[in-house]
Design a protein around this ligand. Structure first.
Ligand code: DPP
Ligand code: ZN
Length: 889
């Protein structure tokens, strides 16, 4: 398929002002009547109208009520003889489509006896012929007709104008959305659903109806979603002055969905995973996920819908900004500084695990990509998570108030428009004319144009005679595909200096006369810069990149272990305390991987002492302790290496886990006893932290039991698994049995399945647990293959595929990368099988091989062979073709 380039952007030759759609919904043959008014764009030379369409049967085209000549060229409907001049043109197109055969889940499809849509990025063209691009914005009126008994609920965007019965048991509803929107925000639902409802009055005195639609049996799992929606509405008004602009705000859950959720105007459609929760079926992580995704989609109403993207290269304009907003929302809800830090650490771990890895592989691309073959492949961690880090850097540079001013100006200038990342950057700079951002805006904007993760090299030197400390910051950035050389980035470095007694030293830059601060943000906008601090009485330990103030790799030159231990013990920045522990452990894990002989112990005594001190520190929260004691995993270790031997990494990772289990045995015991009973389940950070720490302790106790042959702890874990009053504890105990290789693990898995066989989201957990379990016996692949045949496994359901196949290939490297290449054969088979069903899901799975060129032999050759086998399929989707051809380049 052709490559699309950002620089080729051209405004559309026509605008579409109004769209009047009528649907006669039928699973096998849905009729769609599309009546539009268009006008020529006077700024563009006259040319034929080219409408996008895919998998449509065209029955009729009328122009101003008359038949007309037209051509079908590839996927486009071309009209060459439209009237000249500026008058509006009435275009009427009648098509049919087959929703029940739509396994791609793009456009209009059926799921569990209902109709749903997904139009971002290019699904609307699978519903009707259209200018399916985000800069064409129209108002929509939608009439839905369907059998009443089968589809009692008929929904579309905006406000309900009218509804009623038709003959033959059918009924209808008419919806009107007063806001102009691009086609990717269109949605309809026709299904047997029920709603949890809530009426609210916003600050301005307007009444709104909030609805969460689910299948009838799921109503008892909607309370948390509604709560999250109410919190989102209140937060956006309070923090950004942005109010709900619709009479009605609807959320609909479906179990067949390619992504997490979709922000269709007034009618958000969600994966059930991000709506449904009750204590017996959802974990603390699930509850958090729901809060952030409900927030995310709601916040899109302003950042995405009211102001949208001019073209898909600008995707991060809405996604990076909206991820940043949902992260801030979750932090504000978490409340205490420590709970905020826990949120931040979680986000940074995700960023580094997925985005940094993406940035160092064949799919590396800038936050604002320059080219794509299939836009669906660019809903990536770079566009989303790195994009959010870029937005966070604006806030770090101009402060919270300055950021708010920038947002206000952005809305004042662009409300109702389709704009670019440059427009956002300009609003931020113009609202903060005296900032480092405004002074270096062009340098800052390189974050949008350059791919790759910069490396920040820091070195410090202390001058005892002058009582000064000089910090030198230097940056570099590795080459990425198509970008061999990089220009310097603007890197905000939030930092402090820690004295020998653990206290923060006042920071006075030489020549600066202001009041000394305990923390500052240094700005590096060149390849190298030095900063000298005056009146420093002793050699300090620097604490750099606090709160992870920029998405870079930090290298602290010449820093010894003592400095890391000092930060772990004393840093006032919780993020950097956690980071110090990670660095200590990672450095030793990497040495163990690289050593010619596997060392008896991975961690040294001083590191273990420091970890123990964290666990015993009464001033630290359980959630924070759990994060510090979460060891670097196999994927994180691999990311540090140029040549990756997955089995060697697995051995080291396993040795690391066993060592920490045994060395801290006493602490695991006392922590478990102190935290095992968390009381009645409430999804909030303090008790969630206690549950997480208890589960980690139990896992370690079962690991110890594995070596000693003890049966008491596995027995206790099984009991806890059986009696658990909430899913977090139940999953924790089950995982402990699996990690402990207990004979009770299998009966527990069977019991779990029997208990939850009617709960799809819990079954997903059951599949995932087995796909990602520790492969000490080498049997995981065989079991995953067997599970493909399980009656509850369906290749057409994305959640199920992700739980079993994608989880195995992406998240269980020790089981996937086998010396006999069987993992790669499995991967290729599954990519090819999925490609004919759902290309987006297939392409995501295909990316499990992103880093094959860094694998050691024999893995590398075998992986290459598997990728070439996939690439050889002649009718491969554009999605998978782009991924595998980039991997092979
Ligand atoms: N625009 C959607 C989201 O990220 C994509 N599924 O919220
Ligand atoms: Zn989004």
């Amino acid at each position: 398929s052709p490559t699309i380039y950002r620089h080729d952007y051209q405004a559309p030759a026509f605008w579409i002002d109004t769209v009047d759609l009528t649907f006669d919904l039928d699973p096998a043959k849905t009729r769609v009547l599309n009546k539009m008014t268009l006008r020529r764009n006077p700024d563009v030379p006259a040319q034929p109208l080219r409408l996008d369409g895919e998998e449509l049967n065209l029955a009729r085209v009328l122009v101003n009520g008359q038949g007309t000549s037209f051509k079908l060229e590839g996927d486009q409907l071309v009209l060459e003889n439209l009237p000249e001049g500026a008058d509006p043109i009435a275009l009427e197109i009648f098509t049919t489509c087959n929703p029940s055969k739509n396994t791609e889940l793009m456009g209009l499809y059926t799921s569990e006896g209902g109709f749903f849509t997904q139009c971002e990025a290019q699904g609307f063209r699978r519903i009707t012929y259209f200018l399916d691009r985000p800069d064409v914005m129209a108002t929509y009126k939608v009439t839905l007709r369907a059998e009443k008994k089968a589809y009692p609920v008929l929904l579309s965007n905006g406000n309900l104008l009218e509804q009623g019965d038709l003959e033959d048991g059918r009924h209808f509803a008419v919806w009107h959305d007063p806001f102009r929107k691009p086609s990717y925000l269109f949605a309809l639902v026709a299904a047997p659903l029920v709603a949890r409802e809530q009426r609210i009055v916003s600050r301005g005195g307007k009444e709104h109806l909030l609805q969460v639609f689910v299948r009838p049996g799921d109503l008892d799992k909607t309370e948390h979603a509604m709560q999250a929606l109410l919190q989102s509405i209140a937060w956006d008004e309070a923090r950004f002055g942005l109010a709900l602009d619709l009479e009605r705000f609807m959320i609909v859950a479906t179990s067949d969905f390619n992504a997490g959720a979709m922000e269709n105007k007034g009618l958000n459609i969600f994966n059930t995973k991000y709506v449904l929760a009750k204590p017996s079926t959802a974990t603390d992580d699930d509850y958090d996920g729901i809060t952030s995704v409900i927030g995310h989609e709601y916040f899109h109403n302003w950042t995405g819908n009211r102001i949208t993207c001019r073209d898909w290269f600008q995707l991060s304009l809405k996604e990076g900004l909206t991820v940043f907003r949902d992260q801030e929302f979750s932090e504000d809800l978490a409340g205490s500084p420590s709970a905020r830090a826990v949120c931040r650490i979680g986000n940074v771990r995700g960023l580094r695990a997925v985005q940094f890895s993406e940035d160092s592989g064949p799919m590396a691309h800038p936050v604002r990509p320059d080219q794509y073959q299939e836009i669906a492949n660019f809903y990536t961690a770079t566009v989303y998570e790195k994009g959010a880090e870029v937005v966070r850097m604006y806030q770090t540079l101009v402060g919270r108030d300055g950021f708010r001013k920038g947002m206000d100006l952005y809305f004042q200038r662009h409300d109702g428009q389709a704009v670019t990342c440059d427009d956002f950057a300009q609003a931020m700079a113009d609202a903060n004319p005296d900032s480092a951002l405004a002074a270096q805006l062009e340098v800052f904007k390189r974050w949008y144009s350059q791919a790759g993760t910069p490396v920040l090299h820091a070195s410090g030197s202390y001058d005892a005679a002058a009582q000064t400390y000089t910090l030198t910051l230097r940056q570099s950035c590795p080459a990425t595909p198509g970008q061999p050389a990089k220009q310097p980035f603007l890197i905000p470095v939030r930092m402090g200096l820690i004295g020998r007694d653990g206290q923060a030293l006042p920071l006075q830059l030489q020549g600066d006369t202001g009041t000394p601060l305990l923390e500052r943000v240094l700005v590096l906008h060149d390849t190298e810069a030095s900063f000298t601090f005056a009146d420093i009485p002793e050699a300090p330990v620097p604490s750099l990149l606090r709160q992870f103030s920029a998405p870079v790799w930090l290298e602290l030159q010449g820093e010894d272990e003592a400095a890391q231990l000092h930060r772990l013990a004393h840093d006032s920045d919780a993020f950097n305390r956690w980071e110090a522990a990670q660095r200590l452990m990672m450095a030793q894990a990497v040495s163990a991987v690289q050593a010619s002989e596997m060392p008896a112990q991975v961690l040294n005594a001083s590191t273990l002492d420091a970890l123990r001190a964290v666990l015993r520190n009464p001033a630290l929260d359980a959630a924070f302790k759990q994060l510090v004691l979460t060891l670097p995993d196999e994927l994180e270790i691999a990311e540090e290496l140029d040549s990756v031997d997955p089995q060697r990494i697995k051995m080291v990772s396993e040795a690391l886990c066993q060592q920490v289990a045994h060395a801290l045995a006493e602490d695991w015991l006392s922590l478990y006893e102190a935290h095992e009973n968390t009381g009645a389940y409430v999804p909030e950070p303090v008790s969630a932290g206690r549950r997480a720490l208890a589960n980690l302790a139990l896992e370690n106790l079962c690991r110890i039991a594995r070596d000693s042959g003890d049966v008491v702890w596995p027995g206790k874990a099984y009991q806890r698994f059986k009696d658990a009053s909430n899913m977090t504890d139940r999953m924790g105990a089950l995982r402990a049995l699996l990690e402990g290789q207990s004979v009770l693990a299998q009966p527990a898995l069977e019991r779990f399945h029997a208990l939850f066989q009617d709960e799809a989201l819990v079954l997903d957990k059951w599949f995932r647990l087995q796909a990602t379990r520790n492969d000490l016996d080498g049997k995981v692949l065989g079991q995953v293959r067997a599970l493909l045949q399980h009656k509850d496994f369906h290749l057409s359901n994305p959640n199920r595929v992700r739980s079993l196949i994608t989880a195995f290939c992406h998240a269980n490297p020790g089981a996937f990368h086998r010396a006999d290449a069987a993992g790669y054969v499995f991967w290729a088979d599954q990519v090819l099988a999925l490609d004919g069903i759902n290309a987006q899901i297939a392409a995501r799975l295909a990316r499990a091989m992103d880093h094959w060129k860094r694998l050691a032999e024999p893995y590398r050759s075998a992986a290459g062979e598997a990728i070439r086998r996939v690439a050889a399929k002649p009718d491969l989707s554009a999605d998978v073709r782009e991924v595998v051809s980039r991997a092979l380049q």
